[in-house]
Ligand binder design. Structure first.
Ligand code: KMH
Ligand code: ZN
Length: 277
């Protein structure tokens, strides 16, 4: 497959997450209808991939397989976005439920490379679980996005690839998730260190900064030639004290930041080539 031109920018939207309550943020897309409408808007604005967490009828995080499968189908019907399901779930989801996410047959799945203190909680990713999830993704032909919350996880990715070989599709795509309380800082310095440590096999990477680190991380990623993840999973204010109105607003800002760096949003088709789908 030919590599995408280097002026192309992959924008991934992470519209919902698992950690914000609908009651605290009514504009968070939590129903299937809201998620699909958000996906359509974000695709039109320049997103090429969607990182999906779903909610139940009470707007609480769920990994219920029927709902996941229905969500993948609905997103494919309404958009041509690359559909990535979260295997991280919420900090409360059991590991066996997180493995089952692959049964919904998304294009891509997130795969976090180690355990992280996550605010006052723990985001659990023991090494045997990481290995099992990775091997399952290889067997099923689902392309993982390696989520890296700290430098130790960058090292763990090298170890994983050495032990089990390349992922489905043969491309190694990473996402630096920065500024989580318990993970690496959401700073340019931390991003430069993490990028320098990425395995040689890495074919592409994006970054996202949680909360107020979003701009520093986004600008640093563009400056280092990386891609961007944005969305209400990661940030709920567009500027100090001003709530985000919609995920589209964040995608539009990513497109505008990319334009300053002379980067053009990738189409979903180009994203598929980039990711080895
Ligand atoms: N909700 C976080 C604990 C992922 O999607 O893979 C984990 C998370 C990572 O969001
Ligand atoms: Zn997530």
């Amino acid at each position: 497959m030919p590599a995408a031109p280097t002026d192309r920018l992959l924008i991934t939207v992470a519209p919902t997450g698992a950690e914000t309550a609908k009651a605290d943020c009514p504009q968070l897309p939590t129903t299937l209808e809201e998620l699909v409408a958000t996906a359509v808007e974000c695709a039109a604005a320049g997103a090429a991939m969607i990182h999906v967490h779903i909610r139940d009828e009470d707007h609480c995080p769920t990994l219920e397989l029927g709902r996941l499968t229905e969500t993948v189908a609905a997103l494919r019907e309404a958009t041509d976005l690359v559909v990535q399901l979260s295997t991280g779930g919420s900090v409360h989801d059991p590991l066996e439920h997180r493995l089952r996410v692959l049964d919904a047959q998304p294009d891509s799945c997130s795969l976090t490379m180690g355990t992280t203190n996550f605010g006052d909680d723990v985001f659990l990713n023991p090494w045997p679980f990481v290995c099992e999830l990775y091997q399952l993704s290889q067997e099923r032909g689902i392309v993982p996005e390696f989520e890296l919350f700290d430098l130790g996880q960058v090292h763990a990715l090298r170890r994983l690839l050495d032990k089990y070989g390349p992922p489905a599709g043969g491309h190694v795509h990473c996402d630096l998730v920065m500024g989580v309380p318990g993970g690496m800082d959401g700073t340019t310095d931390a991003l430069v260190a993490a990028v320098a440590a990425l395995p040689a096999a890495t074919t592409s990477w994006s970054a996202t900064g949680i909360g107020r680190s979003t701009l520093a991380v986004g600008l640093a990623a563009l400056s280092k030639g990386g891609h961007l993840r944005v969305g209400m999973e990661d940030v709920l204010t567009i500027s100090r004290g001003v709530p985000v109105e919609s995920n589209r607003q964040l995608v539009e800002r990513a497109v505008a930041m990319g334009a300053i760096a002379q980067r053009v949003p990738m189409t979903p088709g180009e994203a598929r080539t980039l990711l080895g789908l």
